[in-house]
Design a protein around this ligand. Structure first.
Ligand SMILES: [Zn+2]
Length: 481
């Protein structure tokens, strides 16, 4: 492993430019020949199709970071987890949102919820109620057939119709509607987010947040909340935004309308039951959204948040999840991060990045390397939860505390239509009928690029959530989670 340190030149300026409470950091530039850096056989096959040398700069490193050589690809880690900082008594009062209700008196009882990590049944009383509410919402649900499992490569017809004049399927071509949030409006503002938790490693991330005064948006999985509700409470009570990331983490466009409804409905419910508030923002797993899924989420008062994409090859995806997935190593993730930081200064908006708190490796790379570099970045990033980067208070993240006058809910702008099952997806899809978050979404440009960016790579990796066999493929830079 080649390693060149240039610490003395950069360190003073970076430290003085940053808050004095932060630890002194080393600044280094390193060129890694990671084929030599690997020490475990698990990475050999995965790395065979990837470049052998990655060059990236480390502006700053957390002095307590897990060494890069110990953040292993595709292997179980051995770093210890920590307990959450505070366990909150029932009915505790949130302090970050003035008008927030108290926490519920007790934590959710798992037996009151569906089976974990599978799409819930659609015939339960709750499901039937939510389905009725969607059908009665007045939102037109386009008659778009569910996509086939297998992503762009297994959906020739859908890909051909994925542009803004068709179904606006983000996964295959990057099409967005004006209601999608994919950037922060102000340059150098970073709407920080972590997906797929809460996990046993989330407290490590929260500890670093507390140390460095960072807050973020957590896109939480309903099934993970059932397992770790106290961690979700700690996220929320320490000023982070909580948002929906579905119950079982499927490709949502592959699901029927009723299944999409229960994936969102149960996740909203378990968050409300755990925190006392109901999120009005969500992120589709893998960014898998089209106009049908958009319309359903609008009918459930949920605003989609993706991540920044400036071209078919330049998405703000660290690909951190592919480290435990076995197809990418930590050096490549840091290379991705350097590219993201470079691109962040070339666009006239702020940005949103895809990262995860589900795995030890993804938390280790965040706390040890990504976040320290972000804190040292010049010009300085304004790092906030996504709702705050949209120039709104944290309160606007939830149904119960949202300011409806300045941030109309998705359902507020619906012009009722007579039937939900009208045939044919008309040009007036619901994707553009909501005002979303007070007009602050500047990502409205849609891409008609129907290139199959995820071709053949969008395999079902939901199994990662279950901690079982993971089959990540080549070309992992085009995989999204
Ligand atoms: Zn996810």
């Amino acid at each position: 492993m080649k390693y060149t340190a240039l610490s003395a030149l950069l360190l003073p300026a970076l430290v003085s430019a940053h808050s004095a409470r932060h630890h002194a950091r080393q600044a280094t530039t390193a060129t890694y020949d990671y084929s030599a850096a690997f020490s475990n056989a698990d990475t050999a096959a995965a790395s065979s199709s990837l470049p052998t040398t990655v060059t990236f700069s480390l502006l700053s490193v957390n002095p307590t970071a897990v060494p890069l050589s110990e953040i292993n690809t595709g292997t179980t880690q051995t770093q210890s987890t920590i307990a959450i900082s505070t366990t909150y008594a029932g009915s505790s009062k949130p302090t970050w949102i003035a008008n927030a209700p108290d926490l519920p008196p007790s934590l959710p009882i798992p037996t009151n919820y569906p089976t974990l990590d599978v799409t819930p049944p659609t015939d339960s009383d709750e499901a039937q109620q939510w389905i009725k509410e969607v059908m009665d919402s007045g939102v037109y649900i386009p008659d778009i057939a569910p996509t086939n499992p297998g992503g762009c490569g297994n959906n020739t017809a859908a890909v051909a119709n994925a542009s803004s004049t068709g179904t606006c399927w983000w996964t295959c071509g990057g099409c967005t509607r004006s209601t999608d949030v994919s950037v922060c409006p102000t340059q150098n503002s970073w709407g920080v987010s972590y997906d797929d938790g809460p996990s046993p490693y989330t407290p490590n991330l929260l500890q670093y947040f507390d140390q460095e005064d960072i807050r973020a948006t957590f896109f939480a999985i309903g099934s993970r909340i059932i397992s770790r509700p106290a961690i979700l409470q700690d996220e929320y009570m320490t000023g982070n935004q909580i948002a929906v990331h579905t119950w079982s983490h499927p490709y949502m466009t592959t699901k029927t309308t009723e299944q999409v409804i229960v994936e969102l409905g149960w996740t909203k419910k378990v968050i409300k039951d755990t925190l006392g508030v109901t999120p009005i923002y969500w992120r589709p797993p893998y960014g898998d959204i089209d106009d049908r899924v958009r319309a359903i989420s609008q009918a459930m008062n949920l605003i989609p948040i993706l991540w920044t994409r400036i071209s078919s090859t330049q998405t703000f995806d660290t690909n951190d999840w592919s480290i435990p997935g076995g197809s990418v190593n930590v050096y490549e993730v840091l290379d991705n991060w350097e590219l993201i930081m470079g691109n962040s200064t070339k666009i006239d908006t702020g940005f949103i990045v895809l990262e995860h708190d589900l795995f030890e490796q993804t938390v280790d790379v965040a706390t040890g390397y990504i976040l320290p570099q972000a804190l040292a970045h010049q010009p300085k990033y304004n790092m906030t939860p996504i709702v705050e980067c949209l120039d709104m208070p944290l309160a606007n993240g939830y149904l119960e505390t949202n300011d409806n006058s300045s941030n109309p809910l998705p359902l507020a702008s619906v012009t009722p239509v007579s039937t939900y099952s009208a045939s044919g997806a008309s040009a007036t899809s619901t994707g553009s009928s909501s005002s979303g978050a007070s007009g602050s979404h500047s990502s409205g440009s849609s891409s008609s690029d129907s290139q199959s960016s995820g071709s053949s790579n969008l395999m079902a990796v939901n199994s990662m959530l279950l901690g079982i066999a993971i089959a990540a493929g080549a070309g992992a830079a085009t995989l999204f989670l």
